[in-house]
Design a binder for this molecule. Structure first.
Ligand code: HEM
Length: 137
């Protein structure tokens, strides 16, 4: 009997895990990848070449986000308002991409203050985008 419950528990955990992963939109996956690259910056420390490669990696992932539309916007009725929301989404994504380019430039300067400031702008742009476009649960 114990074995049965254990098997049932493991099975339900496995299924809930996989259904969670399936729930992730292609946009969320790309965002996650960008986020992972940026998190690895902490480990790069003062290895600037490594840090620059990670920032470029994050840029690549963010660039891929342009092809998708946030769930919140997808749910809007077709029309001008939705078209405007899509244009605004791309605009904010572009601002975030620009912030990542400034972060790359800051790493190239090897100036820690500039790197910190540029990272603050990246985080701010992420927050601004999420405030407007991430669906509340
Ligand atoms: C460097 C900048 C950014 C990073 C690191 C980032 C990271 C993330 C992460 C980790 C998630 C959660 C993924 C998950 O559910 O597991 C996410 C979701 C999301 N982000 Fe970003 N984000 C950034 C910028 C932006 C910007 C600028 C926008 C909007 C213009 C945006 C819009 C969204 C949306 C809409 C979702 C939910 C996915 C969906 O609706 O399909 N993000 N992001």
């Amino acid at each position: 009997m114990k074995k049965f419950f254990f098997t049932a528990l493991v099975t339900s955990l496995l299924f809930s895990g996989s259904s969670l992963a399936d729930d992730e939109t292609p946009l969320a996956k790309k965002m996650d990848e960008a986020s992972t690259s940026l998190k690895l910056l902490r480990r790069a420390g003062d290895d600037y070449a490594k840090a620059i490669a990670l920032v470029q990696e994050a840029q690549g992932h963010l660039l891929e986000c342009f092809q998708y539309v946030p769930v919140k916007v997808e749910k809007m009725a077709d029309g001008k308002e939705k078209q405007e929301a899509i244009a605004n989404y791309k605009k904010m994504l572009a601002q975030s991409y620009q912030a990542l380019c400034d972060l790359e430039i800051a790493y190239l300067s090897e100036d820690l203050d500039k790197i910190d400031d540029a990272m603050d702008v990246v985080k701010e742009s992420r927050g601004d985008g999420h405030d407007v476009f991430v669906e509340e649960n």
